[in-house]
Design a protein around this ligand. Structure first.
Ligand code: PLP
Length: 378
């Protein structure tokens, strides 16, 4: 059965260029720390891949540290960031709609005596910079704000908030989880101005198990992993040379795709229009600011059941972030949706390769589910 995939925010297929790069790097198996030619060649390759990632983020290669995933980058920046700013105080500001990699890290820090303010979104999942202004305190050590929300596709005003925070006090550190924004909305390290930016490879066609944390020049973040001193002493552990090669190849392949953001936005718009026409029960929670994510609901239906029924028909969508299976989504809850809307909330996410034929298959599978499944509203 062919799979109709509308869950690109959960993960993406590994692109052919990344597959080739991984296979090639596996054959060149040297350890970048080894001093003989096989090792030096591996080190040279990692250097060139770091330059590729730096170009995509508009920063210097020295600011790029490869990690195992977005979760690691978020943990590293937040945990070591608050330590770095210990003298300022123990107050953190974040939003109620961050990914679990940020929220659970903040909860853990609360258990260690930190105080965390969670900014609330509006109905579209947007955050008001004024709320951040109002939350700043003399003891605020760090702000963590995502660039694109993974469940509703809202774009958060990170650049504006960085300016506001730095105008209040330059020493307050700013971390941005840009995992869903990387190569999906235009930004650079310079345009965001954040001290730390985390990204992840598997959202852009790279294999799983690779990400990067950008640390702004001059910010003295300490290592999260200690050991052999790789990554300029900042992230010990033998470099994942094959994943790094796959990451750089995926970055290059993505950047080479003409009009990818417009194509993604257009197929999302088409799908939403067709869903509206075909399924009277369906409501749009938000069309999303980012081109690849939107959220809809079948009020009164159980989204987990809808997702399972569609999955059995070969159509992959999500009832929220794939990272907190089974639990109601904290993001949809934070939007203040009525309970029937919450119950039936679904995330659809797209790629430039998504087609109208796939959209039609999604629409007919969802229509069939809506017409046949039990709803508490009927
Ligand atoms: N942050 C956001 C916004 C995400 O969407 C995800 C993954 O879904 C992560 C962080 C975690 O990234 P990774 O899966 O690379 O750990």
């Amino acid at each position: 059965m062919p799979v109709i995939y509308f869950d690109y925010a959960a993960t993406t297929p590994v692109c052919p260029q990344a597959v080739d790069a991984v296979v090639d790097a596996l054959a060149h198996f040297g350890n970048p720390s080894s001093r003989y030619p096989l090792g030096r060649e591996a080190a040279q390759r990692v250097k060139s891949h770091r330059e590729t990632v730096a170009r995509a983020l508009g920063c210097t290669p020295q600011e790029v540290y490869f990690t195992s995933c977005g979760t690691e980058g978020n943990n590293w920046a937040i945990r070591r960031g608050v330590e770095l700013n210990r003298r300022r105080g123990r107050h953190i500001i974040t939003t109620a709609i961050e990914h679990a990699a940020v929220l659970e890290t903040c909860h853990d820090l609360e258990r260690q005596g930190y105080e965390v303010t969670y900014l609330k979104p509006d109905r579209q999942g947007r955050i008001d910079p004024q709320d951040l202004s109002a939350a700043l305190r003399p003891d605020t050590a760090l702000v963590s704000m995502m660039l694109v929300n993974n469940e509703v596709g809202s774009v958060l005003p990170v650049a504006q908030c960085v300016k506001l925070v730095k105008a209040c006090d330059k020493s307050i550190l700013f971390h941005c989880d840009a995992v869903q924004g990387f190569l999906k909305v235009p930004y650079s390290m310079a345009s965001l101005g954040a001290d730390f930016v985390s990204v992840s490879g598997h959202k852009i066609g790279a294999p799983k198990g690779i990400g990067a944390l950008m640390v702004k020049k001059g910010v003295r973040l300490t290592p999260f992993f200690t050991g052999g001193g790789q990554e300029n002493g900042m992230r010990s552990g033998t470099e994942a040379t094959a994943q790094i090669a796959g990451f750089a190849a995926a970055v290059e392949a993505t950047m080479a795709q003409a009009h990818r953001l417009q194509r993604t936005a257009a197929i999302k718009e088409y799908t939403l229009q067709r869903l509206r026409e075909a399924i009277p029960q369906l409501e749009i929670i938000t069309a999303g600011d980012a081109p690849h994510i939107c959220a809809v609901t079948l009020p009164g239906y159980k989204s987990e059941v809808v997702v399972r029924v569609l999955g059995d028909a070969g159509v992959c969508i999500s009832s929220g972030s794939a990272c907190h299976k089974g639990k109601p989504s904290h993001v949809f809850a934070a939007l203040g949706l009525p309970k029937p809307w919450l119950d039936g909330a679904l995330r659809l996410s797209f790629s430039p390769a998504s087609t109208r034929e796939e959209a039609e298959a999604l629409v007919s599978a969802l229509k069939q589910a809506a017409d046949t499944l039990f709803t508490t509203l009927s």
